[in-house]
Ligand binder design. Structure first.
Ligand SMILES: [Zn+2]
Length: 504
């Protein structure tokens, strides 16, 4: 569902037609990637997916996954073949009801439909498969699928889909999803969106049915299987609200509940500050086996460790903040990761101020003072961190300082108007940092490129913490800036970021 992808494909297609004018050879293979500079193999060219129907069986004993994914798509150019991103063993593959030939080549599944495809043609792609995902490695020798003692986790960024369903795996091609997972009765299988209930199977298994009706990136689609307490209710705004707590949380269970049960409250707070909540359901999942947290659409997954020092609503502010910044408005290329992590981290500052545990300014001052000028921290550019540093601490902490720098430059009224304009104009889409700068300049009426240059694109520690110099000057021009005192929220925010940084 990407307008930009379609536009690019249309240009490429027009060029091909010109090149082969007068011949019947206009069709060509779809590109093996969408052209992401950090991850060239991610996504594919030549088609646009509108819906995934994932229907799988999973047996925790032996980590056996099998089933069928049906993909509804449209060809965006004349194609002789196209790729899907997929690693598991394929059993059959059909395109528009005819068997298609296929070959698995590294992380790519190369599909050759009979007779080729015409631009604009509707596609129904049906892939059946069976494998042991935890034993399947990508071309880097890496496995994102996690086998746990009682089930499995299909959770990952920037990639996870290829370990459980074939996809056009890039945030620029979003789609709606039905996820239906059969597991042995007594095991729980949690995913995104609205829970449509369970259905008992002839073989004594139980199928869990989930539906996402808003555009969703493949990497934000998750599957969490194991022994869970599932809590279903309705949020105050009327949306379905489903939380799941692993039965292995031990001493962290109560602190996890005292945090995640406040999800609708945090969503309401964010709604007031950044605009209407973009999705149709709410919730959260807590497991001891993840090691970090991820902003899976409508229902983030949290590791139990976030709650080891008691309730932690800062990790909720972060992951729920991503529902706007990352999930609804996604990165155009992974280089734009600041649009996700800088803003999600800044939502923690706003939440700290809201609950009276330190203002955003105090948090910005303390963060700025936490990293000495010679720290390698200041050498990573949040605006272009490089593929290896997409989840570096600088993208989060310096990224949040960049957001604060924008706020103190344009003032509160314009700042929140910028955020609301951004989340409305780019809803269910993808975007670049440059597009954000353009919106910020248009809404504020100010030229802001210098702020962005300083905080996102220049190595080294900027001379002043954003907002502090004017504050000190106003209080007493003769007093030099002192080292900031630690806000009450800092310990929880720091724990949150240490665990999020572990995700690399
Ligand atoms: Zn994040």
């Amino acid at each position: 569902m990407s307008i930009r992808t379609k536009a690019t494909a249309a240009v490429a297609s027009a060029a091909a037609v010109t090149l082969f004018a007068g011949t019947a050879l206009a069709a060509s293979p779809g590109a093996p990637g969408v052209g992401d500079p950090y991850f060239p193999g991610y996504g594919n060219g030549g088609y646009d997916v509108s819906h995934y129907d994932i229907r799988v069986n999973y047996n925790p004993t032996g980590d056996q996954l099998s089933g069928t994914t049906t993909i509804l798509a449209k060809a965006t150019e004349d194609l002789t073949q196209f790729n899907l991103d997929f690693l598991l063993k394929v059993k059959t593959l059909r395109v528009n009801n005819a068997p298609a030939s296929y070959a698995q080549d590294g992380d790519e599944l190369v599909v050759t439909p009979r007779g080729g495809l015409r631009k604009g043609q509707d596609l129904t792609i049906v892939v059946t498969y069976a494998d042991t995902p935890s034993q399947v490695k990508d071309h880097n020798g890496y496995t994102a699928w996690t086998k746990t003692p009682d089930g499995a986790l299909a959770i990952g960024e920037p990639e996870i889909a290829r370990w459980w369903f074939p996809a056009n795996d890039h945030p620029t091609d979003k789609a709606t999803f039905d996820v239906n997972v059969a597991v042995p009765t007594g095991v729980e299988a949690i995913s995104n969106g609205t829970f449509l209930g369970t259905t008992r199977q002839i073989n004594g298994w139980t199928r869990w049915n989930w539906r996402s009706t808003k555009p969703q990136a493949p990497y934000l689609t998750f599957l969490t299987i194991g022994q869970f307490e599932v809590r279903q209710s309705t949020a105050p705004n009327g949306q379905p609200y489903v939380n799941a707590y692993s039965e292995s949380l031990g001493a962290n269970l109560d602190a996890a509940k005292a945090s995640v049960e406040r999800t609708p409250e945090v969503i309401d707070f964010l709604t007031e500050n950044v605009g209407p909540y973009p999705f149709e359901a709410q919730g959260g999942v807590v497991t001891p086996y993840l090691g970090y947290a991820l902003e899976n659409q409508t229902r983030p997954n949290y590791d139990a460790a976030f709650f080891r020092r008691g309730a932690n609503t800062y990790v909720l502010a972060h992951e729920l903040g991503h529902q706007w910044f990352g999930d609804s408005v996604s990165v155009h290329h992974w280089r734009d990761i600041w649009l996700n992590e800088g803003f999600a981290s800044y939502m923690e500052f706003l939440w700290s101020e809201h609950v009276g545990e330190g203002t955003a300014q105090e948090n910005a001052d303390f963060t700025y003072d936490s990293y000495p000028a010679d720290s390698p921290f200041w050498q990573v550019l949040p605006g272009d961190p490089g593929a290896a540093n997409v989840f570096d601490g600088a993208v989060y902490d310096r990224g949040a300082l960049a957001v604060h720098a924008l706020r103190v430059t344009v003032g509160d009224e314009k700042f929140f108007e910028i955020l609301k304009t951004w989340t409305a104009e780019k809803k269910y889409s993808d975007a670049t940092i440059e597009e954000f700068l353009a919106v910020a300049e248009r809404v504020s009426g100010q030229q802001l490129d210098q702020v962005f240059q300083t905080w996102l694109f220049t190595k080294g520690k900027p001379a002043e913490a954003p907002g502090r110099a004017t504050q000190v000057a106003a209080a007493d021009a003769k007093v030099a800036p002192k080292k900031a005192a630690e806000p009450k929220s800092r310990a929880k925010i720091q724990l949150t970021h240490e665990l999020l940084d572990a995700h690399k």
